[in-house]
Every structure is written in C-alpha cells, then in structure tokens.
Design a protein around this ligand. Structure first.
Ligand SMILES: [Zn+2]
Length: 268
C-alpha cells in the first residue's frame, strides 16, 4: 500500500514537471518559430487585402494609383543596394540627398541620375541645430548643397525635403514659414510624406517591419509618398524596397518620381 502511494505520488510529480516544461516551451519557443505577427487589417500575403471588383487591375475603369518611393539622408553604401533593386524592378524613385564629399558618395549622386531617378535637396550638413537657427542659415545650407551637386553631378535640384518634415519642432514656426516663402520665390518645391517605413531608428529594422509600417501608414490612398532612409545604418532598406514594390504592384499601383509638377503632400 505504501509502495503504491509512493508510485502514485511519483506519477503525479512527473505529470506536473511535464506540464511545467510544456508551459515554459510554449512561452519561450513557440512565438519565435511562428510567423511574425501581422498588423491589424493585414493578411499573410498580400499584406493589405487585395482590391476586388471595385478596382479591377488592368481594366479600363482603373483609377490612377501612384507610389512615390523617397529616400532621405544618403548617399551611403546602402544606396547602391537600393539602386540595384530599383534597377532590377524597373522602378524610379526620388533621393533627397545630403552633402557627400567622398569619391563613392559623389559617384552615387551620378549613378542616381544616370539611372533615371529624381534628386532633391535635404541640406548639406543635416545638423538640425545649425540649419534651423534661421531662414538664412537653412537657405545658405541648401544653397551650398546645390552648388556642390552642380559641380559634382551637374544638377541643381528644384525639389527639397525638410529634415524632420516641414512642421518639425526643432525650428520655430516663423523660421519654417520664412524658409517656405523664400524657397517658393526661388522656384523650389518641398515634399513631406504620407507613408513611412519608420526605419530611421537607432537600431536596424527588419525589412518586414519596414514594409508593414509603410502599408499601415499609407493605407489605400491613391497617391502615396513613402519616406525611407538610405544612410549608412539602413542595411535592410534594399530588401524592404523589394517587398514594398511587390506589394503595391499587386495592387495595381505604378511608381513615379517627384518633380516640381507633382502635387505635393505637405503637413499642415
Ligand atoms: Zn533626414
């Protein structure tokens, strides 16, 4: 009888240990092996619900849908990878560049233009504290970048993007208003964005997360201006670009570059 009780206790103890091990396994191992969680409203693939009868791809009633891929803060070694993907896909994008002085940086300016992409100004130094001190310092900085680009790549871009966006909190509102007024007088046109990769973090983002973020923030707008970055940190940008292109292609969007003729997306 005593032996039987000990046996029962042992069995119970073993069962408990097995349960605890299973729970630990479920908590630690399973989330890592499954598919990445999707954002609400998205499916495995395509990431956004496929457009149905209301938007027949290739049909005559098809509405014009455009994605403008834009890259800030380059050129860097990652720009070359992005250019490779764009070339492979036959897609043109817009690069808001900063002041590059190295041979590689300058050759990337030329490659961007040679391969049919658009180039915009994003300030030479990208130092918020200096450029946003006054309208004078901002315009002096982008003037320096224009001179540099003219000398090295033969272009004086007519489009630009404010570091941090046209409503950033680093600059005073009066400074921003003055920059806009004077830029317009000089025939310069600025662009913000309505979709973003959220890739400009202190860590490198997973390409899947960048793509999800673009899709979530861009929604089903007819015109989507995507903000991404091609500085030296963004090693996963090229892979994300390929996913983003696949996604919007499936939905029937075309891709285009920004020009002074493009209706801008601007923050209020
Ligand atoms: Zn920037």
């Amino acid at each position: 009888m005593e032996m039987y009780r000990t046996f029962k206790l042992r069995v119970r103890a073993i069962l408990w240990i097995m349960m605890i091990v299973l729970v630990i396994l479920a908590v630690t191992v399973l989330p890592g092996t499954g598919a990445k969680p999707l954002l609400p409203g998205t499916e495995a693939k395509p990431l956004l619900p496929r457009a149905g009868a209301a938007f027949p791809v290739g049909g005559e009633v098809q509405e014009e849908r455009v994605v403008y891929l834009t890259f800030d803060d380059g050129p860097s070694k990652n720009t070359a990878d992005i250019l490779d993907v764009l070339k492979e896909e036959g897609v043109k994008a817009t690069f808001f560049v900063i002041g590059a002085e190295t041979e590689r940086g300058i050759s990337l300016y030329r490659r961007i233009l040679d391969e049919g992409h658009a180039m915009g100004l994003h300030t030479y130094t990208h130092r918020y504290g200096e450029i946003y001190e006054s309208a004078d310092s901002y315009l002096k900085d982008i003037g320096k970048l224009s001179d540099h680009l003219e000398k090295t790549a033969g272009i004086r871009p007519k489009i630009f993007r404010f570091p941090g966006g046209s409503n950033n909190s680093t600059a005073d509102r009066e400074v921003l208003a003055e920059i806009k007024k004077r830029a317009e007088r000089e025939g310069l046109c600025w662009f913000d964005w309505n979709a973003l990769g959220k890739d400009d973090r202190s860590w490198v983002s997973d390409p899947w997360d960048i793509c999800q973020s673009v899709i979530e923030t861009g929604g089903d707008r007819k015109r989507i201006i995507v903000l991404m970055h091609d500085d030296g940190m963004r090693t996963t940008a090229a892979e994300a670009v390929s996913m983003i292109i696949d996604h919007y292609r499936e939905l029937g969007y075309r891709f285009d570059v920004l020009t002074t003729e493009t209706e801008p997306v601007r923050f209020p």
